[in-house]
Design a protein around this ligand. Structure first.
Ligand code: SAH
Length: 396
């Protein structure tokens, strides 16, 4: 197959040789070449040696994303079938293909499919195309997903702002197969969760927190729990399943809290919880001022460092939250705080948490760490794909 060629500037092949799949426009001699959005291109070094096959994104700074480091690879149905089947095989190995359950089936670069995210809710595949390359093959990808014996519906939720960077319109709707059920219900660890994929927040359910939910469940017996950034109540249900005595959920989204209420009731947790809608920073300060205390505080904010320039501001946000969290703990209490910012490394997050403990004048000890569940593999060659860090600290 002869694909059009793009050429790297001298010395700019290094990251590619380390199998990092992103090529920025500034690294290319012909970064402004008029290839079509999503077109498959051959990436060559400045001597003309072919290094990889990639998808072209004319609108994005991230001008090309590598499909394959085998420069002879043909990007067609055979290629996508192979990669998708490998991704499915991994989830099978992880024991995540229970028909009533859910998981992340395909995680972009980490599964060798940049720009493609697929979450499975029982027999429904929820798909996001976040790059021009994956977008170009949307029909083919839909067809291959529908060939999987456990998928009956492929539904798109590509209504995410990141598509604008790729010059792609936001889009959602049925891509193929059976109609989307009104409500999707999945079970995880014996608990049921519902997600409204049609009207709900674009993110659906956070499968990356599955292993963290398990840890929270195992720590929750008899505890008064404060669940901040509660979304649809995943941690709240897990905590009650582990024997929590009460849960206070805080989130700024009313629809998310309504879904949390439904999920709590669905699992038979009718009492001893309260949902408070509002800004977490403000509500936490109010709780501190009121002298409230909890035994387990969970802080799982949205990404506070969306780009490099936001590192300082985001770090302050994480520190403020952790300080308030520590202040709200009763003696012997436990703080579980998370950062899902890929641009904040684990070491910095731990330092920030340590500073917060000092500010709150508590002595903290780490008794556990959390990370993204294994259906969100972190590609060793792409450190950005290791994004979720959590610390479990107990105060003395
Ligand atoms: N812990 C959740 C996932 C959190 S997602 C889970 O277990 O599934 C982040 C959540 O933070 C979203 O529900 C969003 O509505 C909420 N959020 C964002 N900014 C907020 C703010 N300033 N105050 C309170 N909640 C906020």
């Amino acid at each position: 197959m002869s694909y059009p060629r793009c050429e790297l500037l001298p010395g700019r092949e290094k990251s590619l040789l380390r199998r990092h799949p992103w090529i920025f426009s500034g690294a290319l001699k012909n970064g402004d070449a008029a290839f079509a959005p999503g077109e498959t291109v051959l990436v060559c070094d400045h001597k003309g040696q072919a290094l990889a096959v990639a998808a072209w994104s004319p609108e994005s700074q991230l001008r090309a994303r590598v499909w394959s480091f085998d420069a002879a690879e043909v990007i067609d149905g055979g290629f996508f079938r192979k990669r998708i089947h490998a991704a499915v095989q991994l989830r099978q190995t992880l024991g995540l293909l229970d028909p009533a359950g859910g998981c992340r089936l395909i995680y972009s670069e980490s599964d060798g499919l940049p720009g493609l995210i697929v979450d499975r809710y029982a027999n429904v595949a929820a798909v996001q195309f976040t790059g021009a390359g994956a977008e170009k093959f949307r029909e083919l990808i839909t067809e291959i997903l529908l060939e999987l014996p456990f998928i009956d519906t492929v539904y798109e939720r590509s209504d995410i702002p990141v598509r604008a960077k790729e010059g792609l319109p936001e889009r959602s709707g049925l891509l193929g197969g059976a109609e989307l059920p009104e409500v999707l219900r999945i079970t995880e660890n014996g608990l049921s969760y519902e997600t409204d994929l049609r009207n709900g927040q674009k993110t659906g359910f956070y499968f990356d927190l599955r292993t963290a939910r398990e840890k929270v469940r195992n720590l929750a017996a008899g505890k008064r729990v404060l669940n901040v950034f509660a979304y649809t109540g995943g941690f709240a249900c897990a905590a009650f399943a582990g024997g929590a005595s009460s849960v206070l959920n805080i989130d700024s989204s009313r629809p998310a809290l309504l879904q949390a209420e439904k999920n709590l009731r669905l699992n038979g947790f009718e009492n001893h919880w309260e949902n408070r809608c509002g800004d977490a920073f403000t509500l936490l300060r109010e709780l501190v001022n009121a002298g409230e205390k909890f035994d387990l505080v969970i802080l799982d904010p949205p990404k506070l460092v969306p780009h490099k320039g936001a590192l300082l501001k985001g770090s302050r946000g994480y520190q403020d939250l952790a300080r308030l969290g520590f202040k709200l703990l009763a003696p012997g209490g436990i703080l579980c705080n998370f950062s899902c910012s890929g641009l904040m490394d684990a070491e910095l997050f731990q330092k920030i948490t340590a500073c917060a403990a000092l500010e709150a004048q508590v002595c903290g000890r780490i008794i556990g760490k959390m990370e993204q569940a294994p259906d969100h593999p972190a590609a060793l060659a792409v450190p950005e794909t290791f994004y979720l860090k959590g610390l479990i600290s107990v105060i003395g």
